[in-house]
Design a binder for this molecule. Structure first.
Ligand code: HEC
Length: 251
């Protein structure tokens, strides 16, 4: 009886968590696209590292990540590492942005967050969707706005690659009964250097790298996990045989 009750409570708690989670997910913010990145693809991670250094590190640091750790994990030769580092940086330094946080805050109004743990805080889908959904908005200081983070202080630093998307507005009746103009979808505007598919994979690689720095051992941990489970299965078989052996005289 006691055991049954405990089970019931556990199942009920599980159901409630799933339900509230579902409810939250549906009532929260914009729909996020799936990042679809592959943490096991070293080629993608290498491209992502290059993108990150070239396009993000100017403002965002990854202050818990060492250059030489990234080089070792991603198979980047030390000589190549030197060519992407800022001058004067040593291989064991952390990936700190050239821009002092105070200056960044003054320039943009909001400091660019450190990237080390951002994928774990926000999720890869969020970062992917954020980078996909900048659009032209003349009312903003940098001339762009964002569907995922409306009013963002970040300029669209990838506009040269993506081009500048144009918003299509629709009028809805707001909660107060007044008509409201909301962005219904984004349309391709001026073309950038990359085709839409190429831009999506550029962003996917970048997000992949940001996920990797959030937990550098992740790929190893997951591979090791499979071996651990296999070991446990084999061990269970042996433990069972041993138990049969011990008990066969007792029965
Ligand atoms: C010119 C400076 C600059 C560059 C370059 C830059 N960012 Fe940002 N970024 C910012 C600022 C400023 C914010 C803070 C925005 C805010 O809080 O409104 C930000 C915020 C973000 C956020 C957080 C959104 C949130 O919910 O808090 C993400 C994700 C992000 N940047 C990703 C990137 C990536 C990936 C790159 C490289 C492709 C990049 N940024 C390049 C300035 C920059």
């Amino acid at each position: 009886m006691h055991i049954k009750k405990t089970w019931l409570v556990a199942v009920a708690a599980g159901l409630m968590t799933t339900m509230t989670h579902g409810a939250l997910a549906s009532s929260e913010g914009p729909h996020l696209a799936s990042a679809g990145n592959d943490i096991f693809s070293q080629a993608s991670l290498q491209r992502g590292a290059r993108n990150f250094v070239g396009y993000c590190l100017g403002c965002h640091s990854a202050k818990y990540v060492r250059w030489n750790r990234v080089a070792a994990d991603l198979g980047i030769p030390e000589a190549d590492l030197k060519s992407i580092q800022f001058t004067g940086q040593r291989p064991f330094d952390t990936m700190v942005s050239g821009m002092p946080p105070e200056a960044a805050k003054r320039w943009f109004g909001n400091a660019p967050p450190d990237m080390s743990l951002l994928a774990r805080a926000r999720g890869t889908d969020y970062i992917y969707s954020y980078l996909m959904s900048f659009y032209a908005d003349d009312s903003r200081p940098h001339g762009v706005n964002n569907l995922v983070l409306p009013g963002t202080a970040m300029p669209h630093v990838l506009a040269g690659l993506q081009g500048l998307q144009q918003p299509v507005y629709a009028t809805h009746t707001g909660e107060d009964g007044k008509p409201q103009s909301v962005v219904e979808k984004l349309e391709a505007g001026d073309a950038g250097q990359l085709a839409p598919e190429q831009y999506a994979s550029f962003v996917r690689d970048t997000v992949n790298f940001i996920e990797y720095i959030g937990e550098p051992v992740q790929a190893k941990r997951r591979t090791l996990g499979v071996w651990v489970v296999l070991f446990l299965l084999v061990f269970t078989a042996f433990a069972y045989l041993l138990k049969q052996e011990y008990w066969k005289d007792v029965k």
